[in-house]
Design a protein around this ligand. Structure first.
Ligand code: ADP
Ligand code: NI
Length: 222
């Protein structure tokens, strides 16, 4: 995959990008359009490093759309999924492409995989998954986690509350503290990456978060 081919794909999916923009516009949980766009840009980097044949239209469309049917963003997941399916059917995609995009979005999430409820993703989906997971790491990941924590009413940090090993999605959704989330999810993602780029960039972002935590504890103890 080269830059020129990616550019062609990006121009072919402008209506899909618009759909994402419209549906993510009111998000206040760190899953807004800017997040979707960075996921797409990270996926482009991974695609440029991928030798195998992958349908870049499916990858980029799934990146832009992945949070438009998420339970954190919409109240009615089933309704949103139906709306998305109907929209995709108007986009000149093959029915296999539509199915693949919806399959990827449905099986992408950390919590679904962690609690053993996800199906194995094709390479296209593994790329979207790594791109989305990189967005959960590094400076961006820390800011999004703090933002989500505020949105959910979690404390920033409490030394008396230890990081948890969750046994259900409901418990995971409840969460504990912002700092704990780094141990409860973010660090775990680094070892769950699929692609070479994801693994390498994941380690780089993890090292940054470790430095951040050292500084945070030092300032907390002042
Ligand atoms: P997934 O849907 O892949 O299981 P989430 O949607 O739960 O993952 O998480 C997406 C991002 O939202 C996280 O990377 C994090 O920044 C934020 N987030 C989710 N749950 C929490 C939480 N309990 N505390 C703080 N941030 C959270
Ligand atoms: Ni996401």
């Amino acid at each position: 995959m080269n830059e020129e081919q990616l550019q062609t794909v990006a121009t072919r999916i402008v209506e899909i990008i618009d759909y994402a923009k419209k549906h993510l516009a009111h998000d206040g949980s760190g899953h807004g359009f800017d997040h979707a766009q960075r996921v797409a840009h990270l996926a482009q980097k991974i695609l440029l490093n991928t030798k195998e044949t992958v349908d870049a239209t499916v990858v980029l469309a799934a990146c832009y759309l992945h949070d438009t049917i998420d339970d954190k963003v919409v109240a009615d997941v089933e309704g949103a999924t139906e709306d998305l399916r109907e929209f995709l059917e108007t986009q000149g995609l093959s029915s296999d492409q539509v199915l693949e995009i919806l399959f990827i979005i449905d099986n992408l999430s950390f919590s679904k995989q962690y609690f053993g409820n996800s199906l194995e993703l094709p390479l296209s989906g593994q790329i979207v998954q790594d791109a989305d997971r990189l967005e959960a790491l590094g400076a961006m990941g820390l800011m999004r986690t703090a933002y989500f924590g505020g949105y959910s009413g979690h404390p920033l940090y409490d030394p008396a509350i230890k990081p948890k090993t969750f046994t259900s999605k409901a418990e995971y959704r409840q969460g504990t503290t912002v700092i704990n989330h780094v141990y409860e999810k973010l660090f775990l993602l680094v070892d769950m990456m699929n692609t070479a780029y994801g693994k390498e960039e994941g380690q780089r972002r993890k090292a940054f978060m470790e430095d951040f935590l050292k500084e945070f504890y030092q300032e907390w103890e002042i």
